[in-house]
Design a protein around this ligand. Structure first.
Ligand code: SF4
Length: 357
């Protein structure tokens, strides 16, 4: 049940859904000056500390009141923020229909990385991931993604910002809204984030990979692979949307169009995909592809059916890939004690690790 409707309040369109043409049209219909659009964009995209129309200092009172009667400044309500010792912060955000989304903000080597979600729940149901346990609830709108980003930005400012679309959901199953949001990220009068600072992670939705190469050829693509062969991949990702035999040619074609290296994400699961045999198989699978491999230690979470690989297995796996000439890194675990790691953003409420508060 929609909490706002339940209270009998009208559900106003949110400002984040209105950039840029619909807002320009509305201002024109209201006989407002065109430069008001730029002022509103400045408050929305460049001033994350601004949280209401009332805060937009250079707008006339009458326009602020009119905007407040017609739009919600933000479609999300921050519920709680958890901070870990390494500075990682996880925010739970209440959507207007009572569902929840989450963001993770990570300070890293002089820049800030924000991890965003694109869906509530996920239809892919990777077996190591809490996000997919209940399947898909719904897609996030572009405005909700923009509001999530605003709320995740450090209010005290930041030197440089990276965006990773690796939170809850499969981004390419929500391509239209993702495209609108990424366009707002790129736009000079929008968030104005350089394309090379944006990474979108997919589990292998082939039509999405083709469209992404056409629409955002300068952005980065990450692919959740997690296994070197089809049988093992199906065990880990029962809902994988493509076969490895289709995925690899699609990524070769992606590289020939964009000249951007693909990053493969590989979650390290003890006794399942972390053996020397799997490392050799992975090296053979990827040897002709321009790519990087990112090994991700799986955080151990109570109730999870898989265990994370011991460090010795990760080092051995990494060594084998290097020996075969592959470009490999091991992701530093960020926000482990608040479950800020990939695929663990959205543990259901009530199932949360006691350490997460
Ligand atoms: S890891 Fe990603 S694709 Fe897999 S279930 Fe979780 S959110 Fe979905």
């Amino acid at each position: 049940m929609d909490p706002e409707k339940a209270k009998g309040e009208p559900l106003l369109p949110s400002l984040g859904e209105m950039f840029f043409q619909p807002l320009e049209d509305w201002l024109k219909a209201e006989n407002e000056k065109r430069f008001r659009l730029d002022q509103l964009a400045e408050w929305y995209f460049k001033r994350p500390e601004c949280s209401s129309f009332e805060d937009c200092g250079n707008l006339p009172k009458a326009l602020k009141e009119k905007l407040s009667r017609n739009f919600a400044f933000c479609s999300l309500k921050p519920e709680k923020a958890l901070s870990s010792r390494d500075g990682t912060e996880k925010n739970t955000l209440l959507l207007r229909d009572g569902l929840r989304t989450e963001t993770v903000t990570m300070p890293m080597d002089g820049h800030t990385t924000v991890c965003l979600s694109t869906q509530v729940g996920c239809p892919v149901r990777c077996r190591f991931c809490f996000s997919g346990r209940d399947g898909l609830k719904r897609n996030l709108t572009a405005g909700e993604m923009a509001d999530s980003l605003r709320l995740a930005l450090p209010k005290e400012g930041f030197e440089s910002l990276n965006i990773v679309i690796m939170g809850m959901g499969e981004p390419f199953f929500n391509y239209a809204n993702l495209k609108t949001f990424l366009s707002l990220c790129q736009a000079k009068r929008g968030f104005n984030i350089g394309s090379r600072r944006v990474t979108v992670s997919t589990v292998g939705v082939l039509p999405g990979i083709v469209k992404f190469a056409e629409d955002f050829p300068q952005m980065n693509l990450a692919v959740s692979l997690h296994a070197p062969n089809e049988k093992l991949r199906r065990l880990i990702i029962p809902g994988a949307p493509s076969k490895i035999s289709e995925l690899i040619p699609a990524l070769k074609s992606y590289f020939s169009k964009t000249k951007r290296l693909v990053t493969f994400e590989y979650v390290m699961i003890e006794g399942i995909n972390d053996g020397i045999k799997e490392a050799g198989e992975l090296a053979r699978l990827l040897r002709d592809l321009d790519c990087k491999i990112n090994l991700i230690p799986l955080n151990d979470v109570p109730g999870q059916e898989f265990s994370g690989s011991p460090e010795a297995n990760i080092l051995r796996f990494e060594g084998k890939l290097r020996e075969c000439g592959l470009n490999v890194t091991v992701r530093r675990s960020k926000g482990g004690e608040i479950k800020g790691a990939c695929g663990q953003l959205a543990a259901r409420r009530g199932e949360e690790d006691p350490k997460a508060g």
